[in-house]
Design a protein around this ligand. Structure first.
Ligand SMILES: Cc1cc2nc3c(=O)[nH]c(=O)nc-3n(C[C@H](O)[C@H](O)[C@H](O)COP(=O)(O)OP(=O)(O)OC[C@H]3O[C@@H](n4cnc5c(N)ncnc54)[C@H](O)[C@@H]3O)c2cc1C
Length: 494
């Protein structure tokens, strides 16, 4: 079978997309220019929502088995605890942050992809492409230098911050490089004053120091540093890292055995549109931002989960691609903008210089984090379970009397039922009481609707939930016709 979709780039985002499309029976090729996967830990955290989506893909257990669970985050200044945020309170089957070096995340994704019957093609680089209304033609350079011309229905650029696909589309990567300078250290630490299932952020007058446990005894340390104007941050020495930990931390932490030391600057950039014709961008190709909050890779992987079921429906069923594929950009671009703003804000608060402003920050931070609803909101944002698509063009009818979940809102996975979108077909799920009308609806859309009903959230309600676990419609029981019209409107009824 010739490929319907070409995916460029085998970072976490390209691998996620390829595995999802393959799971849904779409013929894909995934090409990667580098000979080997990264050996760097880079993105360390898999958040609850990403794990829920990996569970739906049938592979979360391998990630959970390989990772290290973090249950709480602390903010400290001097010897004072500004706030303690209990991640384990999140309403998810995965009530923790799973620490896993990106190199392992990519390895596990590649193994999952192989199980779907797709091999990643390494040392294969996209050189250029062109598109018509019917197809995309890509020029690929193989390891031996030969060139291949490949025609596919769709092309997705998951090719990182310097994306060839984004450049080829002429999309502006709007934003800035921040002026702050940063160091990163993957090291062993003795004397960390919290349990190794907790993160510590130290707000100091010089700047911020964040210490994340990766495994018992192994930590990621990040700090901003002052440099002469015009200099770029370079790889720090272990002694420099130790000196920053001594000055900004509580004392007593001893660094050793570095695994990776690096200096970096933060880019905050994003494209306005994630799609042009038959070509999409996802992940770092579409948005880059501060690592504060650890959302970059998770946001990119969720771009892939969002696009995969829509593209699969279009590829498998020859659905009209209008509303379905347009919604990818509007939904994910809005999330990208929110993540970019939130990460930027978090960074600015952590590294503010003015002493008076720091005093106010510490007081207000302590006051606000004393409120349970504030802590809950922070946990829901961090773990990404609060992500939703309230303004999506895919949102269908909504009866205001029914309450949550409203269209666009996440539906928490049920412990005893397969999540929406699992299996080998991207099906919507009905949360409804059994009736002959509901049964007729299922029979009318045998390939679009899961035949198994879930309990409605209220007895007199009928919810349609998308294959990625977000509510699409919320109507009164008996209004099955509204659901039928909705399904026809987004898929052409195929
Ligand atoms: C130091 C550091 C720390 C980070 N910390 C965090 C964190 O804590 N949390 C977090 O969420 N994120 C973090 N990130 C960001 C995270 O690493 C990225 O968001 C993530 O890697 C993006 O995945 P991606 O698949 O979109 O792109 P990438 O991982 O960049 O993958 C793109 C792939 O495309 C390939 N490619 C490029 N051009 C072509 C071409 N023309 N043809 C074929 N292949 C091509 C590249 O070789 C690459 O393998 C960090 C990043 C860095 C550098």
């Amino acid at each position: 079978m010739s490929a319907q979709v070409l995916i460029v780039g085998a970072g976490p985002v390209g691998l996620t997309l390829a595995a999802e499309l393959a799971r849904y029976g779409v013929a894909v090729r995934i090409v990667e220019k580098s000979a080997q996967r990264t050996d760097k830990s880079k993105a360390l955290v898999l958040w609850s929502r990403t794990l829920e989506l990996l569970a739906r893909a049938g592979c979360s257990e391998t990630f959970v088995a390989a990772g290290h669970k973090v249950l709480a985050a602390n903010i400290v200044t001097g010897n004072k605890l500004i706030g303690h945020i209990n991640i384990s309170t999140v309403d998810s089957p995965f009530p923790y942050a799973l620490m896993l070096p990106q190199s392992d995340t990519e390895r596990l994704l590649e193994e999952h992809l192989l199980r779907q019957g797709v091999s990643l093609e390494r040392q294969t680089e996209l050189l250029s492409f062109s598109q018509t209304d019917q197809s995309v033609t890509s020029i690929l350079r193989q390891a031996d230098g030969s060139e291949e011309t490949l025609a596919t229905e769709w092309l997705v650029g998951c090719d990182g911050a310097h994306s060839t696909v984004r450049h080829g589309l002429g999309l502006s990567f709007l934003g800035d490089t921040l002026q702050s300078n940063w160091i990163l250290a993957d090291i062993h630490v003795k004397g960390f004053p919290f349990p190794d299932s907790e993160i510590a952020t130290y707000w100091h007058e010089d700047g911020v120091l964040v210490v994340f446990p990766i495994l018992p005894g192994r930590f990621r340390v990040i700090a901003n540093i002052d440099l002469a104007a015009g200099s770029q941050p370079t790889e720090p020495s272990l002694e420099q890292v130790q000196a920053i930990m001594d000055r900004r931390g509580p004392g007593g932490m001893v660094a050793s055995d570095p695994i990776w030391l690096a200096g970096f600057r933060i880019n905050e950039r994003k494209v306005a549109d994630y799609r042009l014709g038959r070509v999409f961008v996802a992940g770092d190709a579409a948005h880059v931002h501060s690592p504060a909050g650890g959302q970059g890779m998770n946001t990119g992987m969720q771009d892939a989960f969002n696009l995969a079921w829509k593209l699969a429906l279009v590829c498998r069923k020859n659905c009209a691609d209008g509303k379905l594929l347009t919604s990818y950009s509007s939904e994910r671009s809005a999330i990208g903008a929110q993540v970019l703003a939130a990460a930027g804000h978090l960074t600015a608060v952590a590294i503010m210089k003015n002493h008076a402003a720091q005093t106010v920050r510490n007081l207000v931070g302590h006051f606000m984090l004393g409120f349970a609803p504030v802590r809950t909101a922070i946990v829901n944002n961090m773990t990404e379970v609060s992500i939703g698509y309230g303004h999506s063009p895919l949102n269908g009818p909504s009866d205001s009397g029914l309450g949550a979940p409203v269209p666009g809102q996440r539906v928490a996975p049920l412990a005893d039922r397969a999540p929406a979108g699992s299996g080998n077909s991207p099906r919507f799920v009905l949360f409804a009481s059994p009736s002959s009308e509901v049964q007729r609806l299922i029979e009318e859309f045998p390939t679009l609707l899961d035949s198994q009903l879930r309990m409605p959230f209220k007895p007199d309600g009928l919810w349609l939930v998308r294959p990625d676990g977000y509510a699409a419609c919320a109507v009164k029981a008996g209004e099955e016709q509204a659901i039928a019209e909705y399904l026809v409107s987004i898929t052409g009824g195929n």
